[in-house]
Design a binder for this molecule. Structure first.
Ligand SMILES: C[S@@+](CC[C@H](N)C(=O)[O-])C[C@H]1O[C@@H](n2cnc3c(N)ncnc32)[C@H](O)[C@@H]1O
Length: 442
């Protein structure tokens, strides 16, 4: 550990006593845990314009990597490349678990570093293409100092996958934290504090704000002591609204000038978009809200839905890092679920070509979608191999209409709403042929 200890002692003590998330290395033989932000095909779409092959020279930092979920998932995906992954954490106990998980999997592409991420500018590490920092910056006394430290080791065209707490969805958590500070007072014993919390949780009425959220928003405390302590007894914990994140990290006067691309676990941008939050029977005023800048829409949707407990987002240099819709060279592919074009074509044609109700189980999205005139036919041709140009060419070969078949621009326009809907929930993504094989892990 660096002698210029640059960390909060209480926070370090917590993660030495209760490494988070609690993991048993023996479970590596049974399953691979997937971490949402670190799935390479999605990372590629949002951070490298879908052009990265990951085949050579890719450098990853997992800052505050804890017991290793993100590290292991990235290292597994990059196993057959020469990528280097640095797992940094100040907790020796967490590091030991992450190290053992990697050893059991015989992953040789990870270096482990026990240090504070605030020391990154002085560690002499070569710059990184991708930095994952999930659930860490909100536990620093000065999160911006942490962010600047990450930035100092990021390549100019690199990207950050960030997760920080969200204010609105954690309302009940902060009330419970305040309550437990009063109940526990100066109690020094961690076990006693955990026992007090469990005892109280067992008796609180359903009207309690934390209890109100227990069914769908808060789960960590149900798993184990590490989860309960992290959620309800943390000594250093803050949260952000959408607006605060844009002010901090975005293009404003005092921001870091980065592009923010939100992607909530399983739901993508859906909880950030008013038309997706308001569902199948939107109010008339929605049309006006949809004209507002995206930042404002995101901020309103956060308050409408109330269900965002963490903000997961990619931070990139600018908007050109996202794979563009409308370029015929790009290859569309279905992701995050075993979807195929034929099945989706049926769903999109379910109302005889008219707007239909899309009900998507995993994201919870239910909204009316206009499939356009050709949506189902285009969906049917998506196989993860053909580019849009090839799909449209095939479409024209199949064309039986009397008028001339639509050109690429007309087809892109027609398919735009279908694409935007499926892309918003991260079920339809893009890669450029430069990225090489569809799945970089093979
Ligand atoms: C809530 S855990 C998240 C772990 C992991 N990123 C994940 O999502 O599974 C927070 C981690 O950040 C680490 N941490 C907190 N402050 C840190 C600092 N200044 N430098 C390095 N690690 C830090 C803690 O030791 C802990 O392992």
């Amino acid at each position: 550990m660096n002698p210029t200890a640059n960390y909060l002692p209480d926070v370090k003590n917590q993660y030495e006593a209760l490494p988070y998330p609690a993991r048993d290395p023996a479970d590596e033989g049974k399953r691979l845990i997937l971490t949402w932000l670190d799935d390479l095909p999605m990372l590629n779409h949002y951070c490298f314009a879908g052009r990265r092959s990951f085949a050579s020279g890719f450098r990853v930092l997992v800052a505050g990597g804890g017991t290793g979920d993100g590290t292991i998932f990235l290292a597994e995906q990059l196993r057959h490349t020469d990528a280097q992954i640095v797992h940094l954490d100040m907790s020796g106990a967490s590091l030991a678990i992450a190290r053992e998980r990697a050893a059991l999997r015989k992953l040789g592409n990870i270096s482990f570093l026990q240090d504070s991420l605030l020391n990154l500018p002085q560690l002499g590490l070569a710059a990184f293409d991708y930095i994952n920092c999930s659930g860490v910056l909100h536990h620093l006394a000065d999160p911006d100092a942490g962010f600047r430290a990450l930035r100092s080791v990021l390549k100019p065209d690199g990207a950050i996958g960030l997760m920080v707490y969200a204010t609105a969805g954690r309302t009940g958590v902060y009330q419970m934290q305040a309550l437990m500070r009063m109940v526990n007072g100066a109690e020094p014993d961690t076990r006693r504090k955990i026992a007090n919390t469990r005892e109280l949780l067992g008796s609180l009425p359903p009207s309690n704000w934390f209890k109100r959220g227990e069914a769908d928003l808060y789960h960590d405390h149900k798993h184990d002591d590490a989860g309960l302590y992290d959620l309800l007894l943390h000594s250093q914990d803050r949260a952000y609204s959408v607006d605060e994140l844009f002010d901090w990290l975005g293009a404003g006067e005092h921001g870091h000038g980065m592009q923010l691309q939100f992607t909530d676990v399983q739901r993508g941008r859906a909880p950030y978009l008013p038309h997706m939050v308001l569902g199948a029977k939107p109010p008339a005023l929605l049309a006006r809200l949809r004209q507002l800048p995206l930042r404002q829409q995101y901020a309103m949707a956060e308050l409408m839905g109330g269900s965002i407990t963490t903000h997961s987002l990619f931070l990139t240099r600018d908007a050109s890092c996202t794979a563009p819709y409308g370029d015929a060279d790009y290859i569309p592919f279905f992701f995050h679920e075993p979807l195929d074009g034929a099945t989706l074509a049926q769903v999109f044609a379910s109302n005889k070509g008219q707007p239909f109700l899309l009900q998507h189980q995993h994201s919870g999205v239910a909204l009316t979608v206009n499939p356009g005139r050709y949506g189902p036919q285009i969906l049917r041709l998506i196989d993860g191999q053909r580019s849009f140009g090839q799909i449209f060419e095939q479409f024209r070969q199949d064309w039986k209409g009397k008028a001339a078949a639509p050109d690429n621009a007309a087809l892109f326009a027609d398919f735009a709403e279908s694409y935007e809907t499926l892309n918003a929930i991260e079920r339809l993504l893009l890669r450029h042929p430069d990225a090489g094989v569809a799945d970089p892990t093979t």
